[in-house]
Design a protein around this ligand. Structure first.
Ligand code: AHG
Ligand code: MN
Ligand code: MN
Length: 348
């Protein structure tokens, strides 16, 4: 079980975090008063968890916590010790908030069901994104999507969750890097907060955050998979070499790669790759509910676009809670250019 800080200290931080976030939640469009209160509680739990996890991550190497837990998750991937620590932190806090009725996580095969007495949301999370970076003290993240849903109605929580996934209300990610940043989006606005480690508060940074004019020049894709991509993706990457200005940047943590491209302008791609020798991810590697949809929602709110190469990410129906999808996300200019150069439909 993950050890918690003193209840007294946690309460003080919770209050401060809510002051900074409360303003933004208050201005968000199309929400009832009860929904605003619920979202604020959920974002309060996210920021509490992020503060706790950031501190633990910074001490990881001193505690020998930089590698695998020896287990394999529901996706068939190696579970790092911190994947499980992050899972316990966020699941504990979100469950205790009384505002999350169903919680889907990369690290759990089935949704967790929590009792709620008042307005609540369905939440999907990737508690620790990019965890293979931990062995080199590289950046990692956490990703959250809040879906409007009525909680457990029948016998099958996964089905109840899937029925709610058309209506994203809010999405957020946390970046643990040289600073710990919380980025939150409602329908048409993105705001950013930085953790002050001395006080434990997330303080607002200037905003709103938008992709820069012109859409930027950064392209982030794992070109190690080049020979396994479908022809349109190879055609796109080949065409880039004829462009006068572009830069390749790839950290291998979606949150970090997306965040850099959001601030500097650019595009992130994880297309499907066909198995040739290795396992491959023909449908794409990233997960629809807790990686692609939240990033697509944040990108759209910041003036950008997201597609799987065939249709907008936010229009793809979810048929499985751990469904994978190809992801192309970034500024409007770069994603539109991708569609033209790869011969894909317009990503509007
Ligand atoms: P996770 O650590 O949650 O499994 O996510 C890893 C993802 C994503 O963050 C990153 O962009 C991508 O995997 C990198 O994959 P490659 O190493 O195959 O490029
Ligand atoms: Mn991830
Ligand atoms: Mn993860």
């Amino acid at each position: 079980m993950v050890r918690k800080e003193t209840a007294e200290g946690t309460k003080v931080h919770e209050r401060e975090n809510r002051l900074a976030l409360g303003d933004f939640v208050e201005r968000a469009p199309d929400l009832s008063k009860e929904e605003r209160m619920a979202i604020l509680e959920i974002l309060g739990a996210v920021s509490e968890g992020a503060r706790d996890l950031a501190r633990r991550l910074s001490l990881g190497p001193l505690h020998g916590l930089t590698g695998s837990s020896g287990q394999v998750n529901v996706q068939g991937e190696e579970v790092q010790a911190f994947d499980e620590i992050a899972q316990e932190i966020f699941s504990g806090l979100l469950g205790a908030s009384g505002r999350v009725s169903l919680l889907v996580s990369e690290e759990r095969e089935h949704p967790e069901v929590f009792p709620c007495l008042s307005e609540s949301f369905h939440v999907a999370m990737d508690p620790l994104d990019g965890s293979s970076n931990l062995s080199v003290s590289g950046p990692v993240g956490s990703i959250f999507a809040l879906y409007r849903g009525a909680g457990l109605r029948g016998e099958d929580p996964a089905r109840d969750f899937l029925e709610s996934t058309r209506e994203v209300v809010c999405a957020a990610y946390v970046l643990y890097s040289v600073s710990t940043l919380l980025v939150v989006a409602f329908r048409d606005e993105v705001r950013m907060y930085a953790l002050d480690p001395s006080s434990g508060h997330f303080l607002p940074l200037p905003g709103p955050v938008r992709f820069p004019d012109g859409g930027g020049q950064i392209v982030s894709i794992n070109t190690g998979n080049y020979t396994r991509w479908e022809p349109g993706v190879r055609q796109y990457v080949d065409a880039l070499h004829g462009r006068p200005a572009w830069s390749a940047r790839y950290v291998g943590a979606l949150v970090m790669d997306f965040h850099r491209n959001l601030l500097k302008g650019g595009i992130y791609l994880y297309p499907g790759d066909l198995p040739k020798g290795g396992a491959g991810h023909p449908e794409g590697k990233l997960r629809l509910l807790f990686e692609a949809i939240p990033m697509a929602f944040i990108a759209r709110a910041a003036g950008g676009l997201a597609t799987n190469g065939h249709r907008p990410i936010l229009e793809i129906p979810a048929s499985h809670i751990h469904q994978r999808v190809a992801l192309v996300v970034g500024s409007r200019e770069r994603v539109t250019e991708y569609s033209h150069l790869s011969g894909s439909p317009d990503p509007v």
